[in-house]
Write a protein that binds this ligand. Structure first.
Ligand SMILES: Nc1ncnc2c1ncn2[C@@H]1O[C@H](COP(=O)(O)OP(=O)(O)OP(=O)(O)O)[C@@H](O)[C@H]1O
Ligand SMILES: [Mg+2]
Length: 335
């Protein structure tokens, strides 16, 4: 199978000290949805900007849709679509005007551009609002319009930088469904950055986890979770000190492979969680560190993230949304 994106040693330094992207090797097959996960500042946007020719790499190479980003940037831009994290729309124009102009910029005739705009407005359910100025759109509507802009040139590879951040759950769901539909029915490749583990789990065929400019894990969500190889018992304590005491006590439990703590939460990785719970409760009693909550679960992408980076994926302030909250909490993560 051909590859939609391939990088070797892709690197971006900002000044001598900031290694925003630190030599990454990526391979995204055509027709995949690739999830690029990482917390604030891990290098996601910088990677997207290099792959879409908006930023010149300091070192390394990248090919996108079969074209070298450094040698042939204009050709790359013709073949890809991109919706950046910061929505950049002309607020005075209507949604229809924005899309029509975008189409003409890509060389469509006025008529073809109008038709394309109407089609895309339908797809992102903005037809009703199409003739209102963008400045009156809600945040979610602007995101959807931005997504439509990324699709005007019928790209084979689409980059979406945190497409659902700040969207309400219903709109988020609509974006997810649309991405999946385009992927399944038209074979469009998506490179999607996200801070939502649930989003990556639901959508992505392959996930790469970025930490401080490096790819620290890569595979399908199922593979990554299976690599953990154990059950997870997630415990919550009333305070950090209690959790620390519990962490020390639980490490002595028979069969435990690993105990990780993030503030008041402790995750115990062991092969047969259910059988170990009674002994676990006894140990905690003896240690004087009773748990407020105890949940037995299969590993989630959050557990993977915690194992490979040593911390939880911290989502930004505006993250919101039930899915996001559940995805980042040790005890609440969906399988
Ligand atoms: N133009 C720039 N000048 C200097 N430093 C920059 C610039 N752009 C990004 N950086 C730094 O590079 C690192 C990676 O930033 P980047 O925006 O790629 O992260 P990100 O993973 O997209 O984060 P977020 O989740 O917040 O969007 C950060 O340390 C950031 O401060
Ligand atoms: Mg970013």
């Amino acid at each position: 199978m051909a590859e939609a994106i391939a990088t070797q040693g892709l690197t971006k330094l900002f000044g001598p000290d900031i290694r925003a992207v630190d030599g990454i090797d990526l391979r995204v097959e055509e027709g995949q949805i690739f999830g690029f996960l990482g917390q604030n500042g891990s290098g996601k946007t910088t990677t997207v900007r290099m792959l879409t020719t908006l930023l010149r790499p300091t070192a390394g190479t990248a090919r996108v849709a079969g074209v070298d980003v450094i040698a042939q940037p204009a050709e790359v831009r013709r073949r890809v679509g991109v919706a950046l994290q910061e929505v950049g729309l002309d607020e005075l124009q209507t949604g229809r005007e924005v899309l029509t102009l975008q189409g003409q910029l890509f060389g469509l005739s006025a008529k073809a551009a109008r038709e394309r705009a109407a089609e895309l407005l339908e797809v992102v359910t903005l037809t009703e609002a199409a003739d209102r100025p963008v400045r009156g759109y809600s945040g979610g509507m602007k995101r959807r319009l931005d997504l439509a802009c990324a699709l005007v040139n019928d790209p084979r590879v689409v980059f979406l930088d945190e497409p659902t951040t700040g969207l309400d759950p219903i709109t988020r769901d609509a974006v997810w469904r649309y991405v999946q539909e385009l992927n399944r029915e038209r074979g469009v490749t998506f490179f999607l950055t996200t801070q939502y583990l649930e989003e990556a789990d639901r959508l992505a065929h392959t996930v790469a986890i970025m930490d401080r400019g490096k790819v620290v894990a890569e595979g399908s969500p199922a593979e990554l979770k299976a690599r953990i190889g154990t059950d997870v018992v997630a415990l919550t304590f009333a305070g950090g000190e209690l959790a620390a005491r519990a962490e020390a006590a639980l490490a002595r439990l028979e069969g435990v492979q690993k105990v990780l703590r993030a503030e008041t939460e402790v995750a115990v990785y062991l092969p047969n969680g259910a059988a170990a719970v009674p002994a676990m409760v006894r140990l905690l009693d003896e240690a004087g560190a009773p748990a407020e909550e105890l949940v037995l679960k299969q590993p989630t992408l959050d557990d993977v993230f915690l194992q490979v980076t040593g911390h939880h994926l911290q989502t930004g302030e505006g993250a919101g949304g039930a899915g996001a909250a559940a995805g980042t909490k040790l005890a609440g993560g969906a399988p």
